[in-house]
Design a protein around this ligand. Structure first.
Ligand SMILES: CC(C)(COP(=O)(O)OP(=O)(O)OC[C@H]1O[C@@H](n2cnc3c(N)ncnc32)[C@H](O)[C@@H]1OP(=O)(O)O)[C@@H](O)C(=O)NCCC(=O)NCCS
Length: 150
């Protein structure tokens, strides 16, 4: 069985992540987002690799500047042919371990209410829905807000 290894992101990963992200997130701002996160939260950015060293998934998070005990899972993606093989679970474990090391006690995220796969994934990880924001993204796109205690 092929193994999946999670390691910290480096700038050399940037073009590969952008390529993987575009179809997963319909081109929703990945290239801009990744540059900001690598500058602001470099230690909260991880990638997953297969045995051949190809990147198959990524996760990025942040910590609130004015509330250092609260983290955010900003984006996670796993390429379709590696989904349901615990890659997402391993990526979240790496992010949450680093957040805990930095004394983060709770993490939140937003997800589209139509993304049933991601919602099931997050609920299995222990996230609970706290809110629905009707116009979170422009134009008028609702998001569910989920929280988890670390
Ligand atoms: C959401 C996502 C990151 C999950 O990654 P993954 O590597 O497939 O997740 P895992 O294999 O670790 O799944 C763990 C559990 O989550 C649940 N789950 C994951 N994908 C699921 C799906 N498509 N349908 C139902 N449950 C799912 C299952 O309970 C699964 O455990 P099981 O396989 O033993 O049943 C992945 O589907 C993805 O990249 N989706 C596209 C991008 C996206 O929507 N990201 C989130 C945006 S908010």
């Amino acid at each position: 069985m092929e193994s999946i290894r999670v390691r910290p992101y480096t700038s050399a990963d940037y073009p590969f992540i952008c390529e993987l992200d575009a179809p997963l997130f319909s081109g929703m701002g990945g290239p801009v987002l990744f540059r900001h996160i690598e500058e602001l939260f470099p230690s909260l950015f991880f990638v997953a690799e297969n045995d051949a060293g190809n990147i198959i998934g990524y996760i990025l998070g942040g910590i609130h500047l004015d509330d250092a005990a609260t983290g955010k899972l900003i984006r996670i993606g796993v390429v379709p042919n590696y989904q349901r093989r615990e890659c997402g679970t391993k990526l979240t474990a790496a992010l949450f371990a680093e957040m805990k090391r930095r004394d983060v006690t709770a993490v939140h995220l937003t997800v589209a209410e139509t993304n049933t796969a991601a919602i099931t994934f997050y609920k299995k990880l222990g996230f609970v829905q706290k809110e629905r924001i009707p116009e979170y993204f422009y134009p008028a796109t609702p998001r569910l807000v989920l929280w988890k205690t670390l």
